[in-house]
Design a protein around this ligand. Structure first.
Ligand SMILES: [Zn+2]
Length: 101
């Protein structure tokens, strides 16, 4: 589980979007038919940036693949460290109680 930096909700995944983009003009031919012409500003699926957003608040968190990974990973590592420290403290407390008796 990770925490969304925007809404602080617990999230275990990120939404991923990628929009290919295509523009052109729709032209009317002399015979009355229409035709799309002059494609420009075309961004293919490969070129389009990935957009990662929170599944809870839908806010965009990053467009960077590595940063998206870190958002998910870092918090997990932090939680693991905290969990380990808590276990260690519990053990130490148990040991201290035994010693005090
Ligand atoms: Zn959120």
């Amino acid at each position: 589980m990770s925490i969304c930096p925007k809404c602080k909700a617990e999230i275990d995944c990120l939404f991923w979007d990628r929009y290919p983009h295509q523009e052109g003009t729709l032209n009317l031919n002399k015979d009355g038919t229409t035709e799309i012409d002059e494609e420009f500003n075309t961004i293919s699926m490969q070129e389009a940036p990935s957009i990662y957003s929170c599944p809870n608040c839908s806010k965009e968190l990053t467009r960077d693949d590595e940063e998206a990974e870190e958002i998910l990973k870092d918090k997990d590592e932090l939680k693991e460290i905290v969990a380990k420290k808590l276990k260690k403290m519990e053990k130490e407390n148990a040991n201290n109680k035994r010693k005090n008796k």
